[in-house]
Ligand binder design. Structure first.
Ligand code: ATP
Length: 184
């Protein structure tokens, strides 16, 4: 049975923190592949994503194309919003043993998600530490990664001020942002 990582998020934009976490999960669990699942809209975020679906998806495709074990799934973009992880895991259950990859902030929010108990039955939780986020969950696998103090919100603000995102996102994503200006 294949071991499949499921990594959901807004990816607005995908950044090096996301990619380092996904690779750490791939190597340490180990996983056969990691599916990046961009959300149409997170039920817990106040605002809709700033970047368009087309931009978020294009940046994820660029960010993952050089690692053959990374793939992008459109499953949540094809469903009506909001995007519930429990539905995504149900749809992916046939693909193998599922590991849900989360940052500590997202893991701490899990009790507020739709059907958290079923989420835990469908997937093993894999948690990455994150600055300023506390999370303790003995049932989860804690990833061994350096703390990555980067967030998409800060990157969007930086891009909107005309600052470069070079070295904070993969080069191909940095070039895409310079060319298409998804954040103004
Ligand atoms: P925003 O700042 O817009 O809220 P974000 O950087 O948290 O975005 P998301 O796409 O919402 O990015 O995150 C997807 C997943 O990646 C979540 O589980 C989140 O906790 C995790 N994640 C994102 N950045 C980091 C990071 N630097 N360290 C650990 N986990 C992270």
């Amino acid at each position: 049975m294949k071991a499949v990582g499921v990594f959901g998020g807004s990816f607005d934009p995908v950044h090096n923190g996301h990619l380092a976490i996904a690779l750490a999960a791939l190597e340490s669990i180990p996983l056969d592949r990691v599916l990046f699942v961009p959300a149409r809209r997170s039920p817990l975020k106040d605002e809709a994503p700033a970047g368009s679906e087309a931009d978020r998806l294009a940046m994820l495709e660029l960010a993952t194309r050089d690692e053959p074990r990374f793939a992008v799934s459109r499953i949540e973009l094809e469903r009506p919003a909001p995007s519930y992880t429990v539905q995504t895991l149900e749809a992916l259950a046939g693909q193998g043993r599922l590991f849900l990859i989360l940052g500590a902030d997202a893991a701490a929010d899990l009790p507020r998600w739709r059907d958290p108990e079923r989420v835990r039955r469908l997937a093993t939780l894999v948690v990455a530490r994150r600055p300023r986020s506390q999370h303790e969950d003995r049932a989860a696998i804690l990833l061994d990664t350096p703390l990555m103090d980067v967030s998409a919100r800060e990157l969007r603000a930086r891009a909107a001020r005309g600052r470069s995102l070079r070295y904070l996102v993969p080069d191909a994503v940095w070039r895409y942002i310079e060319e298409h200006h998804p954040y103004g």
